[in-house]
Design a protein. Structure first.
Lengths: 407, 182
């Protein structure tokens, strides 16, 4: 029982791997194409960009959250995979730059509340409901909030990554106390900042509508796709010959169990939000769903039920399925794809233009996705290769490595 | 306790082992010798004991699934009968077959019957409830809730022969061997 598990894998991501360059290339090409799109059709660009931005930001935020609750619960199940979310989170400070186009285009994206005539009682545009919300929905306060969010996220992501690397370099187990000291107060602050960020970015697209659980809903969709991304990242590393004996069947099973758990959590939250609004039947609240259940968007809505809940739930319900790699990879890909469609479904119905009514996709939806995705993962691998791929010297690493799957 | 008068019959032979590791090794030996009517007793769950005992996968999951499906379809059938056939009421213009509104009750009944299936299915598979067990006739068996690790091969096993079983336990390193009478 007391022997020390040995690590047979190389723990460094190859410094001359071509992967980061390829990702940077994809990202730059995607962003150049999107920039051309921004010039020809600014409105469409902004909505497409918002979808992709929220997609990747949500994954980075869920990463930091996972690292924090891993520290605070003194978990040992995921030490070998923890460096992946730590690395995602550490780039949050640079990711702030990706928010600038949204800030620049906010008068277009959020014109339903940034237009000053809405607040003027003598104007024909006067909107009683929006005017009542002026204390929150105004441009200066919006900008202040964004600064606060990104400052918190950037700081916490940076701090947790730095601490983990320092622990690896020095072997000083006292640093785990620092990690817990950062995580404990940051968890509630994070919860609130993620909720308010989702109100600002997504809910305020349609300022008449409100849902008090929208923050939890955003958290749930981001977290579910985060676990899917984690599974795919581990398989990607294995495929390239990394950590094959370090991240074992037991760890992959755990990730599958998390994906299953958050599938149920997602369904619970998303359906609760829908059911209460459906049942109460207040015009102010139902309109948001009404727009998302017509004009082709109903197909995405039913798709969410099928592919985001029913399929992952039924497939992963059986214990054996959660350690079959092909099954997990399939479910993870389905969840990631449907996550993109869900964000599209949330954002796009707020975008009405002459030539785009109902469900429509623009090439910019994909160019911004590739652009931001390329940059997001380039940042990831760029940092990932600087240190070990697992937190070496972590006090719980040995226990985690010893974990075996009990049939 | 272990006096053999005419009213009692042999239930099985009970052997005590030193620790969980010895218990696992012993149950592997028992399986190897070809016995299948035997059980192990320990104060706490031991990882890998089900594998060592060569236990088949529990049927409980299927019982739960059956009950869950019964709850699911029963809930829908009940609500369909109530709100579509027997007493349809127009509630703010919503259809009588009001799928979203039916979800909570369908969910509740599915979970309720699944839980019943899990608990009572477990009782059924374990042969519970019962008031007594022959093993309680053995004074030493009280240790099973404290620090005793036991294996008992039952007399109903087709290969059961008292002297062979004793010999097997002795070879496996039992610290104490005793006959159990019903």
């Amino acid at each position: 029982m007391s022997h020390k598990p040995t690590i047979t894998d190389s723990l460094k991501f190859s410094a001359d791997s071509k992967i980061p360059q390829v990702l940077l290339g994809v990202g730059v090409i995607g962003l150049i194409l999107s920039a051309i799109g921004a010039y020809t059709n600014t409105d469409q660009f902004l909505f497409s960009y918002l979808v992709s931005f929220v997609f990747f930001t949500g994954i980075a935020l869920a990463s930091i959250f996972m690292v924090m609750f891993h520290h605070i619960t003194k978990s040992k199940w995921g030490v070998v995979v923890r460096r992946i979310p730590e690395t995602f989170g550490s780039n949050m400070k640079w990711w702030t730059i990706a928010f600038l186009p949204i800030l620049g285009g906010m008068t277009i994206l959020y014109h339903h509340w940034t237009d000053p005539t809405l607040f003027d009682p003598n104007s024909p545009n006067f909107d009683y409901i929006v005017a009542k919300k002026e204390a929150y929905l105004n441009v200066p306060f919006f900008i202040i909030r964004q600064v606060i969010y990104f400052a918190i996220w950037g700081f916490v992501g940076h701090k947790l990554y730095k601490a983990s690397v320092e622990l690896e370099k020095t072997g000083d187990w006292g640093i785990t106390t620092l990690m817990r000291k950062v995580s404990a107060p940051a968890i509630p602050i994070f919860g609130l900042s993620i909720a308010f960020a989702s109100f600002d970015w997504l809910m305020s697209l349609d300022p008449h509508w409100f849902s008090t659980m929208f923050g939890v809903y955003f958290f749930a969709i981001s977290f579910q796709s985060f676990w899917a991304i984690m599974i795919l990242m581990v398989f990607f590393l294995h495929r390239n010959g990394y950590l094959k004996n370090t991240i074992g069947q037991a760890h992959i099973y755990d990730l599958g169990a998390w994906l299953f758990a958050f599938t149920v959590f997602y369904a619970y939250i998303a359906f609760s939000q829908f059911l209460l609004i459906y049942y109460a039947n207040l015009p102010e609240e139902t309109l948001w769903f009404y727009h998302r259940l017509e004009g082709g968007y109903e197909y995405i809505a039913y798709g969410l039920l099928l592919f985001r809940f029913a399929l992952p739930f039924l497939v992963l319900l059986n214990r054996e399925q959660k350690h079959k790699r092909s099954v997990l990879a399939f479910v993870a890909i389905v969840v990631v794809v449907i996550h993109f469609f869900e964000l599209h479904w949330i954002v796009k119905p707020a975008f009405y233009s002459e030539d785009a009514h109902g469900l429509s996709f623009s090439w910019m939806d994909f160019s911004t996705f590739l652009g931001l995705g390329g940059i997001f993962f380039w940042l990831f691998f760029n940092r990932f290769k600087q240190n070990s791929m697992i937190p070496e010297n972590d006090p719980k690493l040995d226990e985690c490595l010893e974990k075996t799957y009990h049939q | 306790m272990s006096t053999n008068d005419q009213n009692t019959e042999l239930y099985g032979i009970l052997a005590e082992f030193k620790n969980p590791k010895a218990l696992i090794d012993a149950s592997e030996k028992v399986v190897e010798a070809g016995y299948d009517k035997f059980d192990t007793y320990a104060p706490f769950p031991i990882h890998g004991i089900d594998k060592a005992m060569n236990l088949p996968k529990s049927k409980l999951g299927w019982i739960v699934l059956g009950h869950g499906l019964l709850g699911f379809s029963g809930a829908i059938a009940m609500m369909y009968f109530m709100s579509v056939i027997d007493y349809p009421i127009n509630i703010s213009g919503k259809p009588f077959f009001n799928a979203p509104a039916w979800v909570p009750i369908t969910f509740e009944l599915t979970v309720l019957l699944s839980a019943f299936g899990a608990v009572f299915g477990m009782f059924f598979l374990n042969g519970l409830p019962r008031l007594n067990h022959p093993l309680f006739n053995v004074e030493r068996f009280k240790k099973a809730t404290d620090d005793g690790f036991f294996v008992c091969i039952e007399a109903t096993d087709s290969k059961f022969q008292a002297d062979l079983v004793r010999q097997l336990f002795e070879e496996a390193g039992a610290t104490h061997i005793e006959e159990v009478y019903d």
